[in-house]
Design a protein. Structure first.
Ligand code: FAD
Length: 510
């Protein structure tokens, strides 16, 4: 006799019956054909059949006839091999209502190895199933809403492992390779520094931030990313009495490349309009100043002549009428000159700021792109590896380089045949920044190297609408910024314009 049997022998025999009778779970005992021989009170409670009513009936009385036949075949195949079976069956109570039963059937094997009885135990799991289905439905609903969203959404655990993502995020993986979320989080971490660390430590949400991803040989991609945290109670058994929380990070990613392109186009167009206006005003200033300068010369001669005439006439005692008339004419001319001088527009009042010449040059090249493409000019742009910071007026400096680059494009266009190249470089020296614009045009003759910076000097002639003010204005801007502009005499395969400006030292150069 086994040890267990020995132990139970000491228990009163009615104890087993009472235990089964009072068990909270529905229990039934059947013969080998599933005819019910015994059912406990919990069985009666679940099925609605009184204990006396059910005895003698087959268990199939409970079948609602929707459970697939295969389930019953499996059930019987299993228990006939003297193995317990467990599964879900759709049952019908005495009143016709249905419930989902979690049924376990255990063959009761005799000492001879025969199965004469089966022990059936069942629980009504309708409510559990309803809740499970509800959760499943909600999950499906959430997943389909998330999937339909026009922004990429990705859920990560605290180790930045992706747990859930949506259709838009999968498209991002296609574009950027794996794993865009991790790359964007790294970019956010670098951009935000301590703010990011604090947000992670305190699980604080972060509003949308603009982040860029740079991939080799690919254009920069811009995204707007926002981070929200939420916590979940651990569902493991360990955490049943001692709740543990897990934090998850929800990253929402919106591709703002198009928006950035539009913003950039607006910025460049604004710059183009500003430079055009500045060029117009500066041209007007230079023209009026030039005109005043030119008129002053004959005016001074006339003044001298009038003085001479006056002296002569007075010594000869002659009539002073012609002199008076001349003086009248001179007074009128002086007034006209003063009026003209007053019309010279002032320099635009532009704030002094720290400027990276690399950005200025890149902007000016962008402005010149249509001309460069139209002329089929190959551009080589070599920015400095460090920021080329100078202090000054952004629009004036942009205009300075625009004049030089416009001249370089025209020079290349002048040359028939040969290379059509433009090379723009920016270098940072210990105390100054040097920007060079080299073109493959005809170059500038040695005797003209200084003249070209004089107002109204032009090699192109008025027929081409050239006033000869471009380089004069560029030089004026360089001087106003404490720098210089010159033509490299050693450059012989075209023209190399060199602009040198002091490194950032703040203050105005006005
Ligand atoms: P069928 O599967 O077509 O068979 C009709 C009857 O023939 C069966 O009820 C059974 O008495 C007998 N039978 C069928 N196959 C075999 C076989 N291979 N060997 C011996 N006899 C067989 N069903 C439920 O729907 N709900 C329950 O809660 C439920 N509880 C059960 C509890 C126990 C302990 C056992 C042994 C069976 C239980 N069954 C239950 C199964 C039930 O006996 C039927 O098999 C099932 O209801 C299918 O009904 P049916 O009329 O289509 O029967």
């Amino acid at each position: 006799m086994s040890k267990t049997a020995q132990n139970t022998d000491s228990l009163p025999s009615h104890l087993f019956r009472q235990a089964v009778e009072q068990a909270a779970q529905a229990i039934s005992i059947t013969d080998a054909r599933a005819n019910i021989l015994y059912a406990n009170s919990a069985f009666a409670r679940i099925t609605g059949y009184g204990q006396d009513e059910i005895v003698g009936h087959n268990e199939s009385i409970l079948s609602y006839r929707v459970t697939p036949k295969l389930v019953y075949e499996t059930l019987w195949a299993q228990i006939q091999r003297q193995r317990p079976w467990n599964g879900l069956l759709v049952n019908k109570r005495k009143d016709g209502s249905r419930y989902l039963a979690d049924v376990t059937i255990t063959p009761v094997v005799s000492e001879e190895g025969e199965t004469a009885f089966y022990l059936g135990m069942q629980r009504d799991v309708t409510e559990v199933h309803r809740l499970e289905r509800q959760v499943q439905n909600q999950k499906t609903l959430i997943e389909s809403v998330v999937d339909a969203a026009q922004v990429a959404i990705v859920l990560l655990d605290e180790n930045e492992r992706v747990l859930l993502d949506n259709h838009e995020y999968k498209k991002l993986i296609g574009d950027l390779g794996k794993e865009p979320a991790v790359r964007l989080l790294a970019a956010l971490r670098e951009q935000l520094g301590d703010v990011w660390q604090e947000a992670c430590d305190k699980h604080r949400n972060l509003p949308a931030r603009e982040v860029s991803i740079v991939a080799p040989n690919r254009p920069v991609r811009w995204f707007s990313c926002s981070v929200s945290w939420f916590e979940e109670h651990d569902v493991g058994a360990d955490a049943f009495y001692e709740p543990m929380r897990r934090h998850y990070l929800l990253l929402t990613i919106q591709d703002i490349g198009e928006l950035k392109r539009q913003q950039e186009a607006i910025r460049i167009n604004g710059l183009r309009a500003l430079l055009a206006e500045q060029e117009r005003v500066q041209g007007l200033r230079e023209t009026l100043a030039g005109a005043v300068y030119r008129l002053e010369e004959p005016f001074n001669v006339l003044s001298a002549v009038a003085g001479l005439l006056e002296r002569r006439l007075s010594t000869q005692g002659a009539d002073g009428v012609p002199v008076q008339a001349l003086e009248e004419a001179l007074r009128n001319s002086r007034e006209a000159l003063d009026t003209l001088r007053a019309c010279i527009p002032e320099h635009a009042d532009e704030a002094v700021q720290t400027i990276d010449l690399n950005e200025t040059l890149a902007d000016v090249l962008k402005l010149a792109t249509p001309q460069l493409l139209g002329a089929g000019i190959v551009v080589e742009w070599l920015p400095s590896d460090k920021p080329a910071t100078v202090s000054g007026h952004a629009a004036q400096l942009a205009n300075l380089f625009k004049q030089i680059i416009d001249n370089a494009v025209e020079a290349v266009n002048e040359r028939r045949g040969g290379k059509r190249e433009l090379r723009v470089t920016c270098r940072v020296h210990p105390d100054h920044v040097e920007a060079c614009v080299e073109d493959s045009g005809p170059g500038i003759a040695a005797e003209l190297r200084y003249k070209v910076f004089q107002p109204f000097f032009t090699t192109k002639g008025a027929a081409k609408n050239h006033l000869g003010l471009g380089l004069a204005m560029a030089q004026e801007a360089a001087t106003r910024h404490g720098g210089s502009i010159d033509i490299d005499p050693d450059y012989r395969i075209g023209c190399r314009m060199r602009v040198q400006l002091p490194m950032t030292n703040g203050g105005s150069h006005d």
